[in-house]
Design a protein around this ligand. Structure first.
Ligand SMILES: *[C@@H]1O[C@H](CO)[C@@H](O)[C@H](O)[C@H]1NC(C)=O
Ligand SMILES: *[C@@H]1O[C@H](CO)[C@@H](O)[C@H](O)[C@H]1NC(C)=O
Ligand SMILES: *[C@@H]1O[C@H](CO)[C@@H](O)[C@H](O)[C@H]1NC(C)=O
Ligand SMILES: *[C@@H]1O[C@H](CO)[C@@H](O)[C@H](O)[C@H]1NC(C)=O
Ligand SMILES: [Zn+2]
Length: 391
């Protein structure tokens, strides 16, 4: 069950991944001593990020180096709501929540890949939800370009601080018809956060996207897939729906884990394509590194040949935004007939999650993370060692 994670959010993206691991000294979540390269943290809002053209936020957003606090009116949204009274889990260092014994009374995905019927895990047979996490980053435009060329719409789970750094990219993704969704503010393990912190993580993320696009996402993906009934109930009270995945490319490892072979990503996609007669899916990828974007571009045609590739909202028939349908939201796929679109829907508990949303963050930083369930063997060992080295 060990999930080792090293992560430090948001450096200056301009610094690029080369700064990487060595700088990932402490989780942004647990220490005031976070080494924040280049104070890029937009502790006072109108950060337009070096590379953007000056979108002006009205809000003053929290620094991304510390856990944010919610506005009072956001906490009021929980009044009268049924919030599951489960404990805030103790963090196992930077490695995620600590399980007490073997029990999993609150359905924590991290421990047992437990899901509830309200979690979105997959698309119906014949359809494939294509999702990219942790952007926007400097590497996102290449992916946006490719998606545009192939007239493919995707779901982007965006980190709040990245939206504040790259508002023009978020806006572009939205304008080009992609589905924007949330990936929290600081990319922390949500089960280790207090109720207030969870509200803040979601609502600041929502607000940043709303400011840029005019629309408030309904979907969120808990970082690392880390969700339990308490997190579910808080999110539900705020009007948000969790989205996990059932096919993990482990793409982030190409940039973070020595020995990981890029061709494995393609190999997995080919295997998934072979299941198209009986399955649907939601895959996990990242527009976080050059190499993950390159892999995303390589494997998309493979999936398109086999499935109707689409957004999460489209394949589940759920609304993407609280305000309703976005103007450019025609999801389309270049590919296979949506032959089986009428068939089986998201069976709960049928997750075959084969990995973690392990990853990474703000390109200047590194996240070491892995998942023993993925039986990565040697990779796990290497990752574990490096994870500790960089603590
Ligand atoms: C609150 O939710 C729990 C399950 O999460 C349920 O068992 C309980 O009956 C609910 N309480 C109320 C007052 O709705
Ligand atoms: C799928 O990816 C895993 C690592 O995530 C790798 O071990 C495996 O060999 C890959 N499968 C193929 C067919 O490449
Ligand atoms: C499954 O994929 C193959 C190509 O790999 C394609 O020929 C076939 O039409 C697909 N089946 C469905 C039901 O889309
Ligand atoms: C969406 O699709 C409908 C019908 O397919 C079309 O009339 C409309 O122009 C499309 N909207 C956009 C923004 O592409
Ligand atoms: Zn992530």
């Amino acid at each position: 069950m060990t999930v080792l994670t090293k992560f430090l959010l948001f450096g200056t993206l301009a610094l690029s991944a080369t700064v990487n691991a060595q700088d990932a000294t402490a989780s942004a979540t647990d220490s005031g001593a976070v080494s924040e390269p280049s104070a890029a943290a937009p502790s006072s809002a109108p950060t337009t990020g070096g590379s953007t053209s000056g979108f002006q936020f009205k809000e003053t957003y929290p620094a991304d180096s510390a856990k944010p606090t919610p506005k009072a009116e956001w906490m009021a949204l929980l009044d009268g709501k049924n919030i599951t009274n489960a404990p805030v889990l103790k963090a196992n260092g930077d490695n995620g929540p600590q399980q007490q014994g073997d029990a999993d009374p609150y359905c924590d995905w991290t421990f047992t890949t437990c899901t509830r019927p309200t979690d979105i895990i997959t698309c119906p047979k014949g359809q494939w939800g294509i999702t990219y996490d942790d952007g926007p980053t400097e590497f996102s435009p290449k992916l946006y370009d490719f998606l545009k060329q192939t007239n493919q719409k995707a779901t982007f789970f965006m980190i709040g601080g990245q939206v504040v750094k790259f508002p023009d990219l978020a806006k572009r993704a939205f304008d080009e018809g992609h589905e924007l969704a949330m990936h929290t503010w600081t990319h922390s393990y949500m089960t280790t956060l207090s109720t207030e912190q969870i509200v803040a993580e979601l609502k600041w993320n929502e607000l940043a996207i709303k400011e840029v696009t005019g629309y408030s996402p309904r979907f969120f993906r808990p970082p690392y897939g880390d969700i339990d009934d308490r997190v579910r109930s808080i999110a539900n009270a705020l009007g948000f729906t969790p989205v996990i995945w059932n096919h993990d490319t482990d793409d982030w490892m190409v940039a973070e884990t020595p020995g990981f072979q890029e061709s494995w990503i393609d190999g997995n996609a080919t295997e998934w394509a072979g299941l198209n007669a009986t399955e649907g899916g939601i895959s996990l990828e990242h527009d976080l590194y050059q190499k993950t974007v390159d892999a995303a571009i390589r494997i998309l045609p493979t999936l398109q040949e086999a499935y109707k590739v689409t957004t999460v909202g489209q394949c589940t028939g759920q609304q993407s935004y609280k305000e309703g349908v976005a103007p450019n939201s025609n999801a389309s796929s270049s590919a296979a007939s949506p032959s089986a679109s009428s068939s089986g829907n998201t069976p709960e508990g049928s997750t075959q999650a084969n990995g973690q949303d392990s990853h990474e963050e703000g390109a200047a930083m590194s996240i070491q993370s892995l998942d023993s369930r993925a039986t990565m063997g040697l990779l796990t060992l290497i990752g574990a060692v490096s994870s500790y080295l960089f603590m």
